[in-house]
Write a protein that binds this ligand. Sequence first.
Ligand code: ADP
Ligand code: ASP
Ligand code: MG
Length: 814
Amino acid sequence: MKAALEIWKFGGAALADEHGIRRAADQINAHRGPVVVVASALAGVTDLLLSATPAAADTFRAKHHAVARAIAKGSERDRLLSAIDAAATEYEDLCKALAMLGHVEARARDLLVSRGERLSSLLLAAAISTSKAKFVDAADVIATDAAYGNAAPELSACATRARRTLLPLLNRGVVPVVPGFIGRAPDGSVTTLGRGGTDLTATLIARSIGAKCVVFWKDVPGILTADPRLVADARVIPHLHHREASEVAHYGAKVLHPRALIPVAGTRITLRIRSFVDPSLPGTEVSARQSLKGYPVKALAILPEQAVVTVAGKGMVGVHGIAARTFGAVDAAGVSVSTIFQASSENSIGFTVPQAQADAAVASLRQAFRHELEHGLIDGVTARAPLAVIAVVGDGMVGTPGISARVFSALESGGINVVAIAQGSSERNISFVVSAADAPEAARRVHAAFQLSKIGGGRPVSKPHTDVVLLGYGRVGRALSDQIVSGTNDGVRIVGLLDRSGYLFNAKGLSRSRLRALAEAKDKGALLSALGGKKASAADALATISEHAVSRPVVVDVTSDETGSVLQAAVSRGFDVVLANKKPLAGSYDSYARLLDDAQSRGRRVRFEATVGAGLPIIDTYRKLDESGDRVLRIDGCVSGTLMYVLSEVSAGRRFSAAVREAVDRGYAEPDPRDDLSGRDAARKGLILARMIGYRGAAPVAHDLVPEAYRHLPLKEFLDRLEELDGAWKDKTETEAAKGAVLRYVVSATPRKVTAGLLAVPKTSPMGAAEGTRNIITFHSKRYKEPLVISGPGAGAEVTAAGLLNDICSLGSA
Ligand code: ADP
Ligand code: ASP
Ligand code: MG
């Protein structure tokens, strides 16, 4: 049996450099059976050419020279090099001429940019072998209208030309290599089919010459359930119907040109989207059969940078022709509409257009409706941006009840506001509009709601991870990063670091060596913006990071700053939050409640085990008691390692001054020990515990162990004069010792009250018996009349980091 005719399209990403070209050529040479090859420009070349600067010519020349040198020798190589030089020089001349004009018209732009596909095809043909392959000019195959920049093909003219030029070659066993993306207008000038148009060239040729199969060789393993740059656990969809693929493409999934499916609709042509990197993978089949019945929804497409234009007014109700005039006016402005919404009350019509064209659409509409606007029949024409359209696509949605409910409850659980909704009457697509900032999170939630990461079985394209962004990279941050990269926590990686100056981000995770190097550089005082990072505010950095395919994103706050507003921004961008920093939780009640409520309404979680007692399971214990129906009445605690150290040493007979100095020397205390002795830090912890059990009142006034006269002395003078305090401490301790008691700094939290101060406790009680930097926390509850005691090391970077990691892992497994 004669092998079936196939069309093979190689995308720019596959043809990145000489290795890509070589590999494509090897694949073609190994193929048995007739094949037409359609090639995109080498990766990045189209963008380069569009920049229209004479400097681009040099890069263009160098890039293609490198390929020519690698794949050809002798006269063949000379021929290619001179073709490249000619193209580069022409390009340069054209750029100079256009620079004089001041702007580049679409027609001239098509001419400029057509060189990319021409050269890549020439090089690919040479790499296959000049005796086997032949370059065919696309202008001789693809006939289009004159809509430069986004031309539409003339199907019957394409069929005639393609048959005339390609069939004789195929009959002789030659492999025709055709540049994609380019066509010829009726007047003979060069046109292009719009960005990504090589896909359309391939399907046009397939239809024109009766090929049964078109293979798209890509950098991705197939059509995925969503854009992998946004949704980390996107999976290859084994099969899609033509109609479904068409919806996915129409709604901007970059994987296929929006009009690539038009020539094959209603035919028996099969498309296969396959991995250029690993041809053994099956990829995605797109054909005229139905499949995957268990998945009513198969894919999401996300159309970014959109605006919603609304024409609104009571006077529109029941008036004929408003819709027609609306779209007439938009069309006259040369703007194309992607999704239309109309409330059934008819008092507004809304539609989405590319954000860049919103102003033109609004101006044209205001002109068209100027009379109605003057007479108040129309209230206004407005545009809202930046927005994104997300389309939920699948043939199985037809007649399946409850799909939209699932979509919208997934959005609701994330607190995502839906700006507009449209459902095509075909029921194969539900589209909704959300703010650009919410789009990545919205896509992830809907993706999860339909379990799209399980489509077709097998492994997800990337393993699910918890992606950590560290806010701050001091002692605790580094200890945490060491614990994360030390290998035992497979599912956790650090993808970003933020400091005052900016941020560093790598969606695949920062490596251990990079993190170490950064720590060293930061120790020397460098800021992230100077260490290969980008300058940005924390909120902007989080926005950028959230737009990438982070999976289960968590912001970990290891600063000691007032980070409330940054954490708020993180929550609104879909991050969970883990804190060692107490300040955002120990400020005003309002800001505390806002953070937690916001998180809850968006389905995000805030964990803060490490704020009290470092890694000790204090908050966790409270949760468990609470979940089991117990009621916590009071929590008492010695929650400051430094104060425990100083006071236990003093009770053992040591001088106060000596104990404080030692606490500083051993690194337990802050550099200025008054930060600890003031009790402020302990009081913050007390407040966090109290709020956890329902306290809403003011922060406690901490009992300051530093007498008034010493509080504002310069640090050195304070340390020099510490001995002056020894006498009073000696007296106090001896008085208590006589009663069998010792002094401890105790925070006490109930739902009504919170205090922080010095307390005499029996020497034999758990608090009285504790020493060193130990923390001790006791829970009194309805069930635990005899208190439940938790005790252990309550300070230190290592144990704090362990507490953080525990919180991070608990988010991943929940
Ligand atoms: P080519 O150069 O082969 O034409 P493109 O860059 O045009 O490739 O398209 C492939 C890219 O499309 C992928 O790298 C991926 O980032 C993006 N993409 C967006 N949505 C999807 C999706 N649903 N499935 C696969 N890839 C997608
Ligand atoms: N090279 C063109 C582009 O980058 C066409 C294509 O790749 O399909 O848009
Ligand atoms: Mg493409």
